[in-house]
Design a binder for this molecule. Structure first.
Ligand code: FAD
Length: 278
């Protein structure tokens, strides 16, 4: 297995006892790859705040470095201060700072004190100084709500200027989009590491649903191949492993500073890709 700098694995907080057991088994397997940390997602509008905290608490108890995602949309400054204090007390040193999305149906009065992630980054620096290493989100294929690519890039820069230490990208299957984005960031004077977010491919309908929601492009040739496999999960997995391995190889060979895997609380697909890298 190739030794990578900046290797991280993303988990979601399980809803059930069984889900927790499955995640714990996946973490034990994933830990064999020697990641720098595991990150733990946060539900829309703060809906999983306690489960995120409980998952981070479990990881810390196991001696594993954990980075909670925190989203600011819908939160007040007081709530954010309390959450940051709770994480500082737990010994958390790294956060993934996001705007997040309001749950569907929520009115604009539910927005809270923060409107964009750059405001959250500024607030965390104001509240906690340099205690936390702050990662923010980046979109090589452009955030779906952005006016255009240029505006999105300028908005990304606001987060960097506000004090982000690094960024993790939305997943993509086109390495060219990533390298172009990084070059544009460097052109605007941004020096932070921008870590590609990698989505292992194991299930086509789920991937198509996520991609439609987050604006990640599944190239036509990939869609057509995946559609052609129908319910043949084994072929989908084999194809996914091949495509994602090639993508990761191209990224690390081209100078990407690390990899962040959206593991979906499962180890095999991520470990296979990592094991294939030369
Ligand atoms: P922002 O950086 O605030 O950007 C949101 C939009 O607003 C963009 O279109 C941007 O161009 C625009 N914008 C930004 N700043 C300004 C400004 N000052 N003025 C005008 N326009 C502006 N979601 C979850 O709910 N939970 C999670 O745990 C989670 N984890 C994620 C992890 C990663 C690595 C990534 C890439 C995404 C994650 N998301 C998560 C999804 C994320 O919450 C959504 O993509 C959300 O819509 C945007 O969050 P952001 O932090 O990128 O927002």
């Amino acid at each position: 297995m190739r030794k990578l700098n900046n290797l991280s694995f993303e988990l979601f907080p399980p809803k059930t006892e069984q889900g927790m057991e499955n995640m714990q088994a996946a973490v034990a397997d994933l830990a064999t790859a020697g990641p720098d940390y595991f990150s733990v997602t946060f539900g829309a509008g703060g809906s999983t705040r306690d489960r995120t905290f409980a998952t981070v608490d479990w990881l810390k108890g196991e001696g594993i470095d954990a980075a909670p995602h925190i989203s600011c949309i819908g939160a007040s400054r007081e709530e954010m201060a309390a959450l940051l204090a709770r994480y500082r007390e737990k010994g958390v040193k790294r956060l993934v700072a996001l705007r997040g999305d309001l749950p569907s149906g929520a009115g604009s009065s539910a927005l809270g004190d923060f409107h964009y992630a750059n405001e959250l980054v500024s607030y965390i620096r104001e509240d906690s100084g340099d205690h936390f290493q702050l990662e923010v989100a980046a979109y090589p294929e452009v955030h779906p709500q952005a006016r255009n690519a240029r505006a999105d890039l300028e908005n990304f820069k606001r987060k960097v200027d506000a004090g982000a230490d690094g960024a993790i990208t939305q997943y993509f299957f086109n390495a060219e989009a990533y390298f172009r984005f990084v070059k544009e960031c460097q052109g605007l004077g941004m020096e932070i590491p921008i870590i590609p977010g990698i989505m292992p491919v194991t299930n086509y309908s789920q991937l198509a649903r996520f991609s439609d929601a987050c604006g990640a492009d599944i190239p036509r040739w990939m869609r057509k191949r995946l559609e052609g496999f129908g319910d043949d999960l084994e072929s989908i997995r084999a194809f996914g492993e091949e495509v994602v391995t090639r993508l990761c190889q191209e990224l690390v060979d081209g100078g990407a500073p690390g990899l962040h895997f959206y593991t979906m609380n499962r180890a095999p697909a991520t470990l296979k890709v990592l094991g294939n890298l030369t």
